[in-house]
Design a protein around this ligand. Sequence first.
Ligand code: ADP
Ligand code: TZD
Length: 569
Amino acid sequence: MTNETQAQPLTDGFHLVIDALKHNDIHTIFGLVGIPITDLARLAQAEGMRFIGFRHEQHAGNAAAISGYMTQKPGICLTVSAPGFLNGLTALANATTNCFPMILISGSSEREIVDLQQGDYEEMDQLNAAKPYAKASYRVNKAEDIGIGIARAIRAAVSGRPGGVYLDLPAQLLGQTLDAAHGKKSLVRVVDPVPRQIPAPDSVQRALDLLKSAKRPLILLGKGAAYAQADADIRAFVEQSGIPYLPMSMAKGLLPDTHPQSASAARSFVLAEADVVVLIGARLNWLLSHGKGKTWGGPKQFIQVDISPTEIDSNVAIAAPVIGDIGSCVSALLAGIKTGFAKPGAEWTDAIRERKDKNLAKMAVTLDQNPSPMNFHSALRAIRDVLKAHPDINLVNEGANTLDYARSIIDQYQPRKRFDSGTWGIMGIGMGYAIGAAVTSGLPVVAIEGDSAFGFSGMELETICRYHLPVTTIIFNNNGVYRGTDVNPTGGKDVAPTVFVKGARYDKMIEAFGGIGYNVTTPAELTKALTEAIAAGKPALINAVIDETAGTESGRLTNLNPQSAAAKK
Ligand code: ADP
Ligand code: TZD
């Protein structure tokens, strides 16, 4: 582009956005086009970036978020204004809640019309709508500020506690021109976006002193620990301390689930009995019963390793906070135990082993059964056995019963390979996470989905087929939300609120887009279909017919239903 009068080469807002992203080694955009960002997407592709186009912005946002979690680089989601932005906002809020770094970039209407509420096409005050749900929100008004705007967004997303950042780009900004040399100079490459944050030595000493006094210590690994990519030191800390550990669902695989120190199969026992618990990148939120009550049994003291100082004492008093990045904190704790640490006594570790053996033996009996129709357990046994041979496969998992059972039955062997409903227990992450994981890793994905959970993002099967992604989706089809047997008490013609079309054939959905569909009713058929689908490396969907009476209402969260909670009082 040139300026006619001065014959100076020009650039514009479109080019500067692309240049700024590339300048920071960001080469993929997940999004959905329309006014005013279609040309931005076209240009990104023309300039060598990958643009993955979705059917709904929420799933593009989820793909960006999971990509951020996998790489420590913010995933980018690009949407149109108002409704497109709002669809993406769900994913941005979910990313912030889960501490995943992503940037939602949305085109917006002109300020002068929005601010006077004069009724523009898809008019909305997006910046203010984003603020409560994002870690940070910015608007760029001048093309020469695009470089600094993208730099701020990147730094805000990944530094400290990661989260979702909103970047508002008004339509007229994209068309603004600028002298090309000036434009080039305005780009900013973010230096050290994820700086190490070294813990204070006295905080490390306090934690070590407490740990050394423990009789029944326990390490609890959360997805912050997986995110931190400090895998070797975390493993060394666990192994050299000899302390039993529990992984939260997305921390599974940080150490292989088959590790002898894993206390997963004795979860209730260790949570109740431990006297000192080391939380590493895990919050004491609802997923951990807020650190109190029956789950946690007798008195205990906590050591909490986290990058966010305000996380400390959020639910219960923390005796020894260690604030810093997990890599630096764990390496300091590891150095501390190397200079002298007595491994936990046999009384504690033997008691855990006994519980584990008992629970695993009980589970083995359940898993070995072959009921007809197939139930959650027999189907998951089949999947578990196939996945054993593919330790590097990415696993996506959502649903209620489908989530709860798969989490405990399917072993993970490598870090950052399990992506699930996370902190909110949200349904709808399935196909977005699957696409994000496949695109980011270049490795196969298996998504284990409740039939209800799948419905939230099912249309993205077309996206999976369009980009030829090696994603196998397995639907646990039990004809409804939780199960398929509820009846309408009035005898009226509407089915019960939890019930779907009986005998639905989800496998036919993927066939519509050229993918491979399987309909299976036995574990043997499921084994065959999954083995074949993984080997083919092509989009596939397995409709696994599950006993419609097998599920429990709300999976394992029955206590959160108001009626059952009230009944307990
Ligand atoms: P889970 O759901 O697995 O229990 P959470 O999402 O509740 O895990 O907790 C993750 C925690 O990890 C958050 O409190 C977050 O601040 C922290 N965190 C994330 N990344 C890092 C990091 N690099 N260093 C230290 N803490 C981190
Ligand atoms: N909407 C959103 C966005 N998130 C939610 N968690 C829910 C609704 C409520 N919900 C659950 O918590 S689990 C679930 C819903 C609708 C679906 C359970 O049914 P399923 O799984 O078929 O996916 P199972 O295995 O049959 O229980």
